[in-house]
Write a new protein. Structure first.
Length: 482
């Protein structure tokens, strides 16, 4: 095929429009992506009312243009009408049929339109570095590869034109370092000519390992620009070469933002329901905690290594918590020729209940059982503590504002006093029983303690009884006055 193209090269660059009117570098780029195809007599090249997205030129032979089964025109090589692509409008206004064996030049219309749009973009600065010992043919190879990338040709024509005008051509010698792992990211690079190797240090203290080799048309450096992070690899020239450099600002403005599609989460779910697939680009730990049902986890840091495993026929939707990582992942996937968009603003997950640790849960249950047993077990609280508690309760009763009558208050106080006296008699009897038991066991030490405890309790009781008697006397005086 390359031989056939070269055989018609002179005719293509001097006669065909608009190819003959653009710069030589662009002409060479068009020739590199064009195809020469042959059709036997009677064969149709395209059909009326259809779209095919190609431009066709007659290089040799003749073609009939037919509408409603009527031959309207015949295009013959060498004639004036053969200088233009035949029946350019789409959907096609005519059917094209080979009148004889015909040789045609076939070019993707979008590729040619973009190359023509690059006319005047100061391409003279690209290439021509005599000291670089690079193959002259490589000076257009990189451009051809870029224009064959689906994501690149989807950029607006004015952006592509600006890009080719802003790319700065920089020569590098074999062995020189283009960028170093750990350095800040400032520029995006496209290899115009030469070969580079990609080196990466996986763990601190280890020697760098070679993980890839890049040549004309390949590009690198975008990830650090997109994530505002440092370079994740070192790029070293294996041969003399020339790199096209684009600043971070121009890269983001002309390439990154216009090429990405962000969609709402609801629309993303519709695409997935129709056969698409969610890709969660967060870390594996974040994914394990919570994720969209049916999604696949490919962390951003390893997504480059997984690109070849993805299906070009599937529409992918990347997501993270805020849209930042997922937009970077979408750009990298798009560069690889995949159909991809990202969830605008990310996916917000509802707060998730923390799963109880089995060991902690067992401890809590045990503590609960112990607490219940403590409540169910007869109290071993000392008599003094019980008396103190009774005193506190009595004080709270007296301090609490009451709406009842004076007579009711007096009756309540008398009832409480009776209960205290009854409880005192019961406790006193229990203590005496215990004292007799201890006496029988001749436990004099415990006996003394019990005697002391009884004295303390009696003292507390006398104080409490005196307090209530004072209350009763006061209430009685109020009643008598009335």
């Amino acid at each position: 095929m390359a031989g056939q193209i070269q055989a018609y090269k002179e005719k293509i660059i001097t006669e065909l429009l608009p190819i003959s009117e653009i710069e030589e570098k662009l002409q060479n780029a068009i020739i590199a992506i064009a195809k020469v195809v042959q059709y036997d007599a009677g064969k149709f090249i395209f059909h009326e009312g259809k779209r095919d997205n190609y431009a066709y030129y007659v290089l040799k032979g003749s073609v009939e243009l037919i509408s409603n089964s009527v031959v309207e025109y015949t295009v013959v090589d060498g004639n004036e009408n053969a200088k233009n692509a035949i029946a350019k409008l789409q959907p096609r206004q005519f059917s094209a049929r080979a009148k004889s064996v015909v040789t045609m030049l076939q070019i993707k219309k979008i590729d040619m339109d973009r190359l023509v749009a690059c006319q005047g973009a100061q391409l003279d600065s690209i290439g021509s570095h005599g000291g670089s010992d690079t193959d002259p043919d490589e000076s257009t190879d990189w451009m051809t590869k870029m224009l064959q990338l689906d994501w690149f040709v989807q950029l607006p024509m004015e952006n592509i034109q600006q890009l080719f005008g802003l790319l700065e051509s920089v020569p590098f010698k074999a062995g020189s370092i283009v960028m170093k792992q750990g350095d800040p990211g400032e520029d995006y690079f496209v290899i115009q000519a030469g070969v580079c190797e990609v080196l990466r240090v996986q763990n601190a203290g280890e020697k760098p390992k070679r993980i890839a080799e890049l040549s004309a048309g390949d590009h690198f450096g975008e990830e650090a620009l997109l994530t505002n992070s440092t370079r994740n690899a070192t790029i070293r020239m294996l041969t003399n070469g020339v790199l096209m450099k684009l600043s971070k600002e121009n890269f983001l403005r002309l390439m990154y933002k216009p090429s990405l599609e962000s969609i709402p989460y609801d629309k993303a779910k519709e695409i997935v329901a129709a056969g698409g697939k969610f890709v969660d680009v967060r870390s594996s730990k974040e994914y394990q905690l919570e994720h969209v049902d049916g999604s696949t986890n490919i962390p951003l840091r390893i997504i480059r290594m997984q690109l070849d495993s993805l299906d070009a026929g599937i529409s992918y939707i990347t997501y993270c918590e805020d849209g930042n990582q997922s937009s970077v992942a979408a750009f990298l996937m798009m560069q690889h020729g995949l159909q991809v968009s990202y969830v605008k603003g990310g996916v917000n997950f509802p707060p998730k209940k923390v799963t109880e640790d089995p060991e902690e849960k067992q401890k809590a249950q045990k503590a609960q059982i112990n607490a219940k047993q403590t409540l169910d077990t007869p109290s071993k609280v000392t008599t003094t503590q019980k008396a103190q508690k009774a005193q506190i309760n009595a004080k709270q009763t007296l301090d609490t504002p009451s709406k009842v009558t004076t007579t009711q208050k007096t009756q309540t106080a008398q009832t409480i006093l009776q209960k205290i006296e009854s409880k005192h008699a019961t406790l006193e009897k229990a203590i005496l029983v215990q004292m007799e038991k201890f006496l029988q066991e001749q436990n004099q030490a415990i006996m003394k303690k019990m005697e002391k405890l009884l004295e303390q309790y009696q003292a507390q009781f006398e104080k409490l009884k005196s307090a209530y008697q004072t209350v009763l006397e006061a209430e009685s005086k109020k009643t008598n006055k009335k």
